[in-house]
Structures are given as C-alpha cells and as structure tokens.
Design a protein around this ligand. Structure first.
Ligand SMILES: Cc1ncc(COP(=O)(O)O)c(CNc2conc2O)c1O
Length: 388
C-alpha cells in the first residue's frame, strides 16, 4: 500500500469513472467498441486505476499519447490492447512489437525505416491515421493512403488493424466542419483495398452527439472523467456526467493579522482590519498556478479567497473566523452544500477543463475512492522500490 506524508491530495472517484463509461457504453451498438483514452496519466487522474476501472466497466482497449505511456501501463500489469495515438520513432517498432503495443502510422518513410528495424519473425499491429481536417498528423490524400496500404500489405510483419481520424470541431455549436471531416473520412476509407478490423473517428464530443460517426469504435476521453467536451455542449449531453476529480488540502497554520500587516512575496496583500489568515500546503509546483491568486477555495462549505501571491509550495487564504489547524480545505470538488467544479477553475484561468486536472502535478498523491472507501493510493515521488 503506497503512503504519502503531506496534507494535500487528489481524490479520484472510480465509481464516477465507471458510471460515465457504462452510460456511454449503453448508447453504443453491440459491435461498437470503446477505447478508453488514458493518456497524460489519464488526464491527471492516474493511468492504471482509470484503465482498470474503464476496462471493467466495458472499454475493450486503451489509448495513450506516446510509447512510454503504453510501456508504463504494461509495466504495471495492464495486458489490454493499447494504441499509441501519436507518432512513434520507427527505431522503436521492435519494442512496440515485443510489448504488443499498437502504433499509429501515417508516413511512407516511417514504414520503410520500420522494415529495417523490425525483427524478421516479429509482428506489429498498426492503425493508419488519416488527417481529414485536424491539421495535426495523418495522411491527407488517397494516393499516399494506398501507397502505405501497399507497403504494409507486402510485409506480413505489419498487421493493419485499424484506420482512424480525429475531429477538430465535434464539440462546437456549428457542426458543418465536423460533417465535412466525416464525409472525407468515409471517402478515404472507401479507397482502401481491405477494410481494417477497427474503424474509428469519434472523441467524446462526437460519441455523445453523432451516432453516425461511431463506425466500430470510439475513443472516449474527457467525458469518461465526467467533464463536458465544451461549455457549449454541456446543455445537450445525452446523460449526466459525474466529475471524478477532487483536490483537497488542510490548514497547516492559522494566524490573526492586524490592519496594515501583509501576506506573501511582494507584500502585495495588506490586511484592512483584523483578519484570520490560513496557510495551505499547496503551491504552483503542484500545478496550483500563481494566476489562481484572488480566486476562492471552500472551507466548511464557505467560499474564501486566496490572498497574496501563491508560492511554490504554499498559499494563503482569508478565513471568516479563527479555524483550527487540520481543517480540510477543498480547492476542487464538493464541500457541504457548495462545490468548485473543474469548469469553474478553467473559467478563472480562461482555459478549457481538459487542462486543469493535467496541471495538478505528480507531486500531489492520488487517493482512489470506490463505494465511498479509500481503496488505493498513488504517490509516484515516493515509489517504494519493489522489495526483491
Ligand atoms: C487522437 C485522439 N483521439 C481521442 C481523444 C480523446 O478526446 P476527448 O478527450 O475529447 O474524448 C484525443 C484527445 N486529445 C486531446 C485532448 O486535449 N488535447 C488533445 O490533443 C485525441 O488526441
């Protein structure tokens, strides 16, 4: 059982992850698979615990950003199929083959270089990535698509297991560009000589809005964490999403300031009257960035402001009255009758909800809760070396 020795932690509600997956799964026809997108340490929630929960709740495979994330899951005992969504240097194709990790390809040169590296008896599973308008990575024309299909087809070591694309605007109010991408995808895959096993296109937004884009697999990310792909589509969700991520800490110091006394670097905050000030053991090195100064946190169900500059490891809040050291403070999540949602924090920072849980660094331990009970802890900075 991993431990942690600080008074700041993330709580991940695995029942919410399970419910979000199960609800989406219930909307899918039987022949449409779900790929749980667990890249970036499962959007900051913890890759292994989210992967296990999603697989138990109906996902059949996982998706990550790059090879290291896939190898990390394998090292932690995850045997499910894993697709690397990003580019992988062809020199690592043998490593991918050895760990049954599926790679995304979209360049002729990649195939040529990989053929030189891959063991003669090895086989590697690949998905072709088509760029139908995201403008990031992917094949953009049928000639290249057919050329690559041919290069793969002439070498039995490469198993063309899937073809996919990614939508740039599936979460927006205007779906015209989305429709253009969808029809371009259909046109390009119709040119393939053989249909790969898996054809997939949808992220959470498309999965929640457009069954016509299911094909036979969806890539479910943000909504699995209980977050809406955009503020715009929050009102039009087919089922209510349950936010899984909370961020909590405890008061580690309480003092009374007299009028004129100041708080933190630059002495920028000055008490106007007698004020009670609490200190929290969380700062910008935890991802609780400096721009959050002036926004609120919850203590005993009350919204109180962060006062003075946020430091690397600590920040200060103005209390409504004297409170005891050890009182729990909620930065993200429910506290009594109020809650600070990730969407609210995102609005303070003029960003999108995806970025917030990703910001909370691995220095903050994650507690996993199931049926209201703490069932696991992840604290990477104190990873106790496995005793041999
Ligand atoms: C190729 C691909 N498929 C599926 C997903 C899942 O999307 P969802 O979380 O909206 O369901 C992503 C997320 N990619 C990113 C999410 O934020 N920035 C990104 O590049 C992706 O890049």
């Amino acid at each position: 059982e991993e431990q942690f020795y600080r008074d700041t932690w993330v709580e991940v509600n695995l029942d919410h992850i399970r419910d979000n997956v199960a609800q989406m799964k219930s909307l899918l026809p039987g022949d449409v698979e779900m790929m749980a997108v667990v890249k970036a340490n499962a959007y900051g929630h913890g890759d292994v615990q989210v992967a296990k929960t999603a697989l138990e709740a109906g996902a059949s495979s996982l998706a990550v950003a790059f090879l290291d994330e896939a190898l990390a899951l394998r090292q932690k005992g995850i045997d499910a199929p894993i697709l690397v969504l990003g580019a992988t240097n062809p020199s690592y194709v043998q490593i991918a083959a050895e760990h049954q990790i599926t790679l995304t390809i979209f360049q002729e040169d990649w195939v040529r270089e990989a053929k030189e590296v891959l063991g003669k008896d090895a086989t590697v599973s690949v998905h072709l990535k088509l760029d139908t308008g995201m403008g990031r990575i992917g094949i953009r024309d049928k000639e290249t698509l057919l050329k690559i299909e041919g290069l793969l087809g002439e070498d039995p070591r490469f198993q063309l297991d899937g073809v996919f694309t990614h939508f740039a605007t599936a979460d927006s109010g205007d779906l015209s560009y989305f429709q253009e991408q969808l029809s371009k995808f259909k046109s390009m895959i119709s040119a393939l000589k053989t249909k790969p096993r898996m054809i997939h296109a949808s992220n959470s937004a498309a999965s929640l809005r457009e069954p016509a884009a299911f094909f036979n697999g969806i890539r479910f990310g943000i909504a699995m964490y209980g977050l809406s792909p955009s503020v715009e589509m929050k009102e039009a969700l087919p089922f209510s999403l349950k936010e899984a991520f909370s961020l909590r800490t405890k008061l580690i110091h309480v003092k009374k300031l007299l009028p004129g006394e100041t708080v933190s670097y630059g002495a920028t905050y000055e008490a106007q009257e007698e004020e009670w000030i609490g200190t929290l053991p969380i700062g910008y090195a935890d991802g609780w960035i400096r721009k959050l100064q002036g926004n609120v946190v919850l203590v005993n169900g009350m919204r109180v402001p962060i006062v003075g500059r946020i430091c690397m490891d600590q920040c200060m809040i103005k209390l409504p009255c004297e409170l005891t050291v050890g009182t729990v403070v909620t930065l993200i999540g429910q506290d009594q009758n109020d809650a600070i949602a990730i969407d609210e924090v995102a609005s303070w920072l003029d960003t999108i909800n995806y970025e917030i849980p990703c910001l909370i660094s691995s220095r903050v331990p994650r507690i996993y809760v199931k049926a209201g009970k703490k069932m696991a802890v992840s604290n990477p900075i104190l990873k106790l070396l496995d005793k041999k």
